[in-house]
Design a protein around this ligand. Structure first.
Ligand code: FES
Ligand SMILES: [Fe+2]
Length: 452
């Protein structure tokens, strides 16, 4: 059984030496919003997490039955299907769905299967005026009504009123479309409420999809996902950004169905054994090589305030006056949220939104996606099409500096899988605070998959 969740007192708990995130917020040049002042540290037990969760097909199969077939999950952006008949194919663990826009403008989802002999109805994303099966030609309207059966004299037993496509529950939030394969699922509003209350200030529906990159990663989907759920790995995996990131000073907060890790930029990591100047941090953050000239900080301005001011100006054309409402922390820090089980939108203008899924029913590979959400002014730009990276193509080919960081994370993934297949130790050990988002994911997973 999983241990009970215990609230921790943020003012009286074991945490990293150095400035806390809340103390850093006290230095902000702008008013800090309530959402950043929230603290919700939790102790979720310290038992090892069983390795079978990553290495066995049995656990994957349980996950499919008890999690993926029952949980709300992000399928696409609303902007991916703007017009009637626009549809995308959403696949999860070998099961395929069609998500589409009807003539009336609503979004519907159907299992991607013909009701005649079961052929997949849509193999590709696109626009269609109807859903006609390519095998024998049974056809449904966008609303799921059966409208044509070739040689229908042979199907007196098929009653059109009983042969509509089964509807799968859908919901939208922040411009994202969610589906739930379980027609008797719990209401979406309950599922999203923790995340929705956090994002009231950061309306992702007002952003557009600037980039969408996907790649098959050679590791269980949770290994891939957990590589992005803590900042503890920064010192060993990304030493080049340690000089501009307060990695172990991150604040970790856990609610019921969402959690966050806020990693401050432009504050010295307590893991560094030398002093950094404000100029050093700017240099590191801007990726300016040693010896190349770096901009001078104005008198009396620290690195955070200066970089935040620069970010305001950089975003002003697209985001408008909102940039003046956002505090320094919103402009420069890493506000990394996770909605159970696999959706990771970042707050403010961080742009990043990850999604991780099993790759079909192969429990040793995963689909990792990075969607970049950006503000815009005027007419909504068309959403970026998904770009699939080849096996040997690095993330940096599509995402530049950020991609280089991902490539370092990606480099670990197959080695973690391999290590877990080889270890004599039955479980992985987690840090109590810094890795509490990983712990929370497993806690919830245990509830769903093992009924803990
Ligand atoms: S399987 Fe679809 S029409 Fe026959
Ligand atoms: Fe990383």
């Amino acid at each position: 059984m999983a241990e009970a969740i215990k609230d921790l007192d943020p003012d009286n708990m074991v945490r990293s030496p150095g400035i806390t995130y809340q103390e850093l917020l006290d230095t902000d040049t702008h008013q800090v919003p309530e959402v950043l002042r929230l603290q919700s540290p939790k102790f979720l037990g310290d038992a090892d997490v069983s390795i079978e969760r990553y290495t066995t097909k049995e656990w994957h199969d349980k996950e499919v039955e008890r999690l993926w077939k029952r949980v709300w999950q992000m399928a696409c952006r609303e902007e991916d299907i703007p017009e009637a008949g626009d549809h995308i194919r959403y696949d999860i663990a070998g099961i395929s769905f069609i998500v589409l826009r009807t003539e009336g403008g609503t979004i519907k989802c159907y299992p991607n299967a013909c009701l005649h002999r079961g052929r997949m109805l849509k193999e590709f994303d696109g626009r269609a005026s109807e859903l006609r099966c390519a095998f024998h030609g049974f056809c449904w309207s966008l609303d799921g009504d059966l409208v044509d059966v070739p040689a229908n004299w042979d199907f007196p037993h098929v009653n059109a009123s009983e042969f509509g496509l089964p509807e799968i529950p859908t919901a939208t939030w922040g411009g994202f479309v969610f589906i739930n394969p379980d027609q008797n699922c719990d209401p979406f509003d309950d599922f999203i409420k923790d995340l929705a209350s956090q994002f009231e200030r950061w309306d992702l529906s007002k952003m557009y999809k600037q980039a969408h990159v996907a790649k098959i990663m050679p590791a269980n989907w949770k290994i891939a996902q957990e590589a992005f759920c803590e900042a503890y790995h920064v010192n060993a995996t990304h030493p080049q950004i340690l000089r501009s990131l307060g990695c172990v000073n991150s604040q970790v907060d856990v609610w019921e169905n969402c959690a966050r890790v806020i990693t401050p930029s432009l504050t010295a990591s307590p893991l560094l054994d030398y002093e950094l100047t404000e100029q050093d941090m700017v240099r590191a953050m801007m990726d300016i090589p040693e010896g190349a000239p770096a901009p001078d900080l104005p008198e009396g301005m620290n690195a955070r305030a200066w970089m935040a001011a620069g970010s305001r100006e950089g975003n002003r054309a697209d985001a408008g006056d909102l940039v003046d409402e956002y505090c320094d922390a919103e402009m420069v820090d890493n506000l990394d949220y996770t909605l159970f089980p696999n959706f990771h939108p970042w707050g403010a203008f961080n742009k990043i939104c990850y999604r991780f899924r099993p790759n079909g029913n192969d429990h040793r590979s995963a689909i990792m996606e990075c969607i970049m959400m950006a503000p815009f002014s005027g007419e909504r730009p068309p959403p970026a099409e998904i770009r699939w990276l080849e096996e040997d193509e690095p993330w940096s080919a599509a995402l530049g500096f950020l991609g280089r960081v991902f490539d370092q994370d990606a480099f670990n993934m197959p080695k973690v899988q391999q290590g877990l297949e080889s270890t004599y130790k039955p479980g992985v050990t987690l840090a109590n605070y810094q890795e509490s988002k990983v712990r929370w994911l497993h806690h919830r997973l245990g509830e769903w998959v093992e009924g803990e």
